[in-house]
Design a protein around this ligand. Structure first.
Ligand code: ANZ
Length: 924
């Protein structure tokens, strides 16, 4: 084989890897394991663009490297294949989402295979496949059948809860449950009807059905989770989202809040992602207390982080959705209150929080009593109080809280400082107002005052210390078709699980993928969507699971995807354990990455898995941006002006397909064929060329800057693509796709190839011993590449390879002892060419089974030094000399140097300073 024919080489090795099952991972206790996971893709209709494989290439390099280092590697790939786009497409075209999804997966797989990934395709999972989602349904059932026991600090089977109820009622039970859970004795429990018992259990179950305020997106016809809503619009599609009360399934993720927070300390993740999770969980330590309403049997419960400011409370404020609003509104205030509540209802939480200019609220007409001093205080309704946080009510201390202050100023309410002068660090500085002296808390430090106030609350049984989390329970249903059906049927309006033997509950066929006429989800269209128990038919749940269900546990399934008895076999799970390297986008910080941690902890509690954290190490790859090209149309014509001349005409810029531009030069023929309206285009050229300008933008179809990896592979091959994607810059950085440098990478591979062959295309590798320089070039690279991979710095390795090959080419190196290890260290990056040359060198087994060479220190120490030589402080020449020369010899050699002679201009030096191994300084 004379020339580097990447097409032949890459096809050959890809089919060899596939047919010989090189990457099939098996449990092997004799070897250390390495589990490398990529965030699996949603197979969209557009296929892969060059940005998608970036992270996969990085993880592929790491896994191929780990194999060379003796690790047993699991490196799987699969598809997160339930989701909205396929369903939106189905609504428009009538095409079943299963068919579109299948087609897209086929295309994705073909694209991925062409890049030469060392994926274990035998482990592929698809979240939309019944044999996968039967286990998603099964996990849902375990959650339904569990509660969170606070004493054990873990999830336990609901059965142990009912046993306690039977013996002692719920007075001794310490468990996470709804706030409105009543207390009952064993006798009362025994006397409850079946229905009542089920209602009570729903208040404890880790997945439960309850009326919840949700983000409702009318355009998508579904509820969205908080992390799917950005600034009041749906993340997908950008449709408006409103708040609405609906019966919804939720996951009691808040039970795990503290563990989710605590265990962040045990994982090696980018700090910004950890910080986002901490904020999302939002732990606040404070107190909860009640205020008696004057003339009502009602008590208003508030959550405060500053109970020490209790003497500065001048009003209470409720969220507009608070359940007491109507009861507390007096007749004189009714009209104002109702009008206000109506407008507040349609504003999103975020708007209400962030909008400081339009402070709005209303007085209810009612009063409450401050139990610390018996004072009467007004009860208001205010925008800035959120229904979903704390108790949905606040004790307002305008002198010490900025939002309270703004509100009080706006409505002219009293502002009363508790402590004179400047407040403690970090709190809002009191702004004027009367100063209240309370003997009770006066003179105490903040923490001491809080402790004393909390003790008072507990003694009077009107409150207690409380830890509050910002995180909400996660809504778990979507009113859509293309998702996992919930394994639930309804009897007397209450949910029951179907029998485990009836799993999977397969998604039924429907005539249309739209809601029914009376607004029920699409599953309402399915015929016989019922469940039979003892000859009776019961309706099945019509909502499906959200997108995050299947992705919350896929990393377990990869370990043992064909298992029909368990979601993962014990042995496989114990062996592979946590993911050693997870590469994916940072956009999943508060969604997928939190839900996966939650489910893992839950499965751990029940003893199904051995790990508490799924992803030990994570890296977020940066996005590859598009590099758009522009042409310049002479206004009102079909004439296009080359970039350098555009200011001489009246032109407008126009995006042009980057795939018909090479090094910013437009392919004129391709341009004419690009769109029918351009067929008769004419051009004003500069130097016979049409040049385009370029700009970095998001990679998107509408900007014609999407680059398909298939096209790059077609032109240059997969090895070039892989090296080039890494060469673009540090993995974590955002960077534009700029093909201008790709030729350089391609040339590098051809240069590498040439090292192995003579001009006749004959293998020309000798068994001679290498020279010191040759060994040095190689061993420098061995060391650098290993260090780079350990630091996940891939771009620097690519330059290392280039330097090494340049050095070896200059030395005309053709020694096997050098050229063989070179292939091994290159093989993680450019596996096809490495395999081919390895075979050409006579190896019968794949390079995958080689061992990463050791960098030998003896070749790494320098034996020469390049001396910078200065004359009167100015650097005039560089001369390379052996390191073992004496000072005198260095001096002699320097003075004899031709270039320096010129600078000395015949003058004899006054002084020569030589620092061996460093510099030479000459003074004339
Ligand atoms: C009195 C007070 C005095 C407060 C003071 C703060 C400073 P974090 O840290 O975020 O948990 N709050 C409580 N529930 C609220 C709700 N549903 N909507 C809006 N605000 C609410 O904040 C807790 C503090 O935010 C609570 O402590 C309460 O105001 C307010 F000098 O109570 B504070």
């Amino acid at each position: 084989m004379a020339d580097y024919n990447f097409r032949e080489v890459e096809q050959k090795w890809q089919s060899y890897w596939e047919s010989s099952k090189q990457f099939e991972a098996k449990v092997d206790a004799t070897k250390p394991k390495f589990y490398s996971l990529d965030m699996f893709p949603y197979p969209s209709g557009a296929g892969l663009h060059v940005g998608h494989p970036l992270g996969y290439i990085a993880s592929d390099i790491v896994t191929r490297f780990k194999r060379l280092k003796g690790f047993n590697v699991l490196h799987p790939m699969g598809y997160d294949s339930f989701g909205l786009p396929a369903e939106q497409y189905a609504i428009q075209t009538g095409q079943h989402p299963a068919i579109t999804t299948e087609e897209n997966i086929r295309r994705y797989t073909a694209q991925l295979k062409r890049i030469g990934f060392a994926f274990d395709w035998s482990k592929e999972v698809r979240t939309s496949a019944p044999n996968y989602y039967r286990w998603t349904q099964w996990i849902f059932m375990q959650l339904f059948d569990s509660y969170y026991d606070l004493q054990a600090d873990k999830a336990l089977p609901i059965k142990s809860l009912t046993e306690t109820f039977e013996q002692a009622g719920n007075t001794t039970v310490q468990a996470v449950c709804d706030d409105d859970t009543e207390t009952f004795s064993a006798a009362e429990w025994a006397a409850y009807s079946e229905r009542r018992k089920q209602e009570i259990l729903l208040k404890y179950r880790l997945t439960f059905l309850a009326e919840t305020t949700v983000n409702w997106c009318p355009a998508l016809g579904t509820v969205l989770s908080n992390d799917e809503v950005k600034d009041g619009f749906s993340e997908r599609g950008g449709h408006p989202v409103e708040r609405k009360k609906m019966m919804q399934w939720s996951m009691r993720i808040t039970s795990y809040a503290d563990r989710l927070l605590r265990d962040l300390e045990t994982v090696d993740w980018p700090e910004p992602v950890k910080e986002m999770q901490r904020n999302w969980i939002g732990k606040s330590t404070g107190a909860e207390m009640v205020f008696q309403v004057e003339g009502h049997p009602l008590q208003i419960k508030v959550f405060t982080t500053r109970i020490d400011t209790i003497y500065g409370v001048t009003y209470l404020a409720l969220a507009p959705e608070h359940e007491y609003v109507e009861l507390l509104t007096t007749d004189t205030e009714r009209e104002t209150v109702e009008a206000y509540v109506e407008t507040a209802k349609n504003r999103s939480e975020r708007d209400r929080m962030s909008d400081v200019k339009t402070i709005s609220g209303a007085f209810t007409g009612s009063y409450a009593i401050n139990p610390f001093n018996g004072e009467r205080i007004q009860i208001w309704i205010a925008d800035y109080v959120l229904a979903g946080y704390g108790t949905g009510a606040v004790m307002a201390v305008p002198a010490h809280d900025e939002r309270d202050y703004n509100f009080a100023r706006h409505f002219n309410l009293e502002i009363r400082q508790v402590i004179e002068g400047s407040m403690e660090e970090g709190s809002f500085p009191g702004k004027g107002g009367t100063i209240m002296n309370s003997d009770f808390l006066n003179g105490l430090e903040m923490q001491a005052a809080m402790n004393k106030a909390i003790a008072f609350l507990e003694e009077k049984k009107i409150g207690k210390g409380k830890i509050q989390y910002r995180m909400r329970d996660a809504i778990f249903t979507r009113q859509r078709y293309w998702g996992e059906p919930l394994p639930v049927y309804f009897k007397d309006g209450l949910p029951y699980l179907i029998d485990e033997k009836d799993l999977p509950l397969v998604l039924p066929e429907v005539d249309k993928f739209l809601p029914t006429e009376d607004g029920a989800p699409p599953l309402g269209r399915a015929k016989n969507w019922t469940y039979q128990v003892q000859g009776q038919e019961y309706p099945l749940e019509l909502s499906t699971m959200p997108g995050w269900a299947g992705s919350s546990w896929y990393f377990f399934r990869y370990m043992d995807p064909a298992n029909e008895r368990e979601f993962v076999g014990r042995q496989a799970e114990k062996y592979w354990g946590s993911v050693d390297l997870y590469i994916g986008g940072a956009e999943h910080a508060t969604g997928h990455l939190l839900y996966s941690r939650f489910w893992t902890k839950f499965l751990y509690d029940l003893g199904y898995v051995s790990i508490e954290e799924p992803f030990r190490k994570m890296i977020n790859q940066g996005m590859i941006q598009g590099r758009s090209n522009f042409v310049f149309r002479k206004k009102g014509t079909n004439t296009f002006v080359s970039a350098g001349l555009r200011h001489e005409y009246d032109t407008v810029p126009m995006h042009v397909d980057v795939n018909i531009v090479y090094n910013d030069q437009l392919d004129l023929e391709a341009f004419k064929q690009w769109r029918p309206d351009l067929a008769d285009a004419s051009f004003i050229l500069e130097d016979g060329k049409y040049l385009c300008t370029a700009e970095v933008e998001k990679m998107s179809k509408s900007k014609y800057n999407v680059v398909n990896p298939d096209d790059v592979i077609e032109r240059y091959g997969a090895d070039t693509l892989r090296l080039y994607e890494m060469f673009l810059g540090p993995l974590e950085q955002f960077k534009p796709w700029n093909t201008n440098g790709i030729d350089g990478v391609y040339k590098f591979l051809r240069k590498l190839w040439k090292l192995y062959f003579d001009t006749n295309g004959q293998l020309a590798v000798t068994e001679e011993s290498p020279s010191k320089e040759e060994s040095k070039a190689l061993h420098k690279a061995i060391k650098k590449v290993e260090e780079d991979i350990d630091r996940y710095s891939f771009n620097t390795s690519v330059s290392t390879f280039m330097i090494c090959v340049n050095e070896l080419s200059a030395l005309k190196c053709n020694k096997r002892a050098i050229l063989e290890p070179l292939l091994v260290i290159l093989s993680p990056y450019a596996p096809h060419i490495a395999e081919e040359l390895w075979q050409q060198l006579g190896h019968e087994t794949s390079i995958i089974h080689a061992t990463y060479p050791e960098a030998k220190e003896e070749f790494l120490t320098e034996d020469t030094h390049e001396y910078p030589v200065s004359i009167n402080g100015k650097m005039r020449a560089k001369i390379t000399l052996p390191l073992d020369l004496s000072k005198e010899e260095i001096e002699k050699q320097a003075l004899a140097n031709d270039a320096l002679q010129k600078w000395l201009d015949g003058k004899s030096p006054k002084k020569i300073i030589v620092v061996p191994g460093k510099i030479v300084n000459i003074v004339v």
